[in-house]
Design a protein around this ligand. Structure first.
Ligand code: TXA
Ligand code: MG
Length: 306
């Protein structure tokens, strides 16, 4: 299949100049096709969340295990109740963090098919802050099921070029909205027994969640290796993720020793160094990439996958 590619700017959307691209993307989703689109976290691979056949195409394009459920994206946080049973904690999360990089797992209603939830009785709801994502959902007129737009197991795409490399010929359309501001996926939380459990860490942190709820905990699968037969609360946590296509070595230690190590390595063939701005000036710049300043975690997160 031929993959159509459209470049959109947020500015264009605000002035209504990109109506044609969005209308046609919305139509593809509504009629059961796949569209990759930008969000503030990473690029998503979207299908009509109310159409099982369309949703199954996502699993095929990504090579995703069938037991790993998808997140349902909505354009207005107040729409959640059409698809899941919301409660008072959801209302507090909604007021403080939505639209934004947060996914909330709640008991699902019957309109959400098994294909989306991998047969679970809950569904994850997310309202992205990215305007292109929200407009696409509005034009589609249906909620959009979307995982990250990468082949299963690979790093998540934070630019449309990454999606094109990976998905060209497998999906109907790619909407290019530039690079993603956050750079890692949304925080996934589950509302349970009047509290909040973090199933996947992200831009909305434990500290931030504690400002609206006293009972916040982090799922075991986030901090520790799972036992052989242990089932994580979030099925995705049991699979290999973010694996680049070459070996990766983590170097940790005192700053000057790390720099020494890099100096030694920089001339070896096939080795690229991923470091911080502080190291870049004393190394040969040909095979070096910086993730940002040592102290700037937000910048590092934004650049990591790219
Ligand atoms: O930022 C994001 O969340 C991106 C963008 C595209 O929105 N999406 C994303 O989707 O990261 P994905 O499919 O790569 O990750 C979804 C995670 C998986 O770990 C999955 O197991 C978990 O959410 N999940 C989804 N529904 C669930 C449910 N009902 N119960 C438990 N975990 C669920
Ligand atoms: Mg993913």
């Amino acid at each position: 299949m031929e993959t159509e590619y459209y470049r959109l700017s947020e500015n264009d959307i605000e002035c209504g100049r990109d109506k044609i691209a969005l209308e046609s993307a919305g139509k593809i989703i509504k009629n059961g096709g796949l569209v990759a689109f930008p969000t503030e976290t990473v690029y998503g691979l979207g299908a009509n969340a109310l159409n099982s056949e369309a949703v199954l195409k996502i699993f095929a394009a990504k090579g995703r295990p069938a037991d790993n459920p998808l997140i349902v994206h909505i354009s207005d946080p107040n729409d959640a109740d059409k698809f899941v049973y919301t409660d008072e904690i959801y209302n507090r999360l909604k007021e403080k963090f939505m639209p934004g990089p947060l996914t909330v797992i709640m008991p699902r209603r019957d309109c959400i098919p098994d294909a989306v939830t991998a047969g679970l009785d809950s569904a994850g709801i997310r309202c992205p802050s990215n305007i292109i994502a929200r407009k696409l959902i509005e034009y589609a007129g249906v909620p959009i099921a979307a995982p990250s737009a990468n082949s299963s197991g690979k790093p998540s795409p934070t630019r449309a070029e990454h999606v094109l490399d990976d998905m060209n010929g497998k999906i109907e359309m790619i909407l290019d909205g530039g690079s993603c501001g956050v750079g890692v996926e949304s925080t996934v939380v589950k509302i349970s027994d009047g509290g909040i459990i973090i199933l996947r860490p992200g831009a909305v942190t434990e500290e931030m969640l504690k400002t609206i709820c006293d009972k916040v905990s982090v799922a075991h699968a986030v901090t520790e290796e799972l036992d052989k037969n242990e089932k994580p609360q979030s099925p995705g946590m049991k699979y290999k993720h973010y694996a680049p296509s070459c070996p990766l070595v983590l170097v940790d230690g005192e700053n000057n020793k790390v720099t020494e190590f890099f100096k030694e390595k920089q001339n070896s063939e096939n080795c690229v160094i991923l470091c911080f701005d502080e190291e870049i000036s004393c190394l040969n710049q040909d095979k070096i990439l910086s993730m940002g300043k040592r102290s700037d975690i937000k910048e590092q997160i934004k650049n990591l996958f790219a």
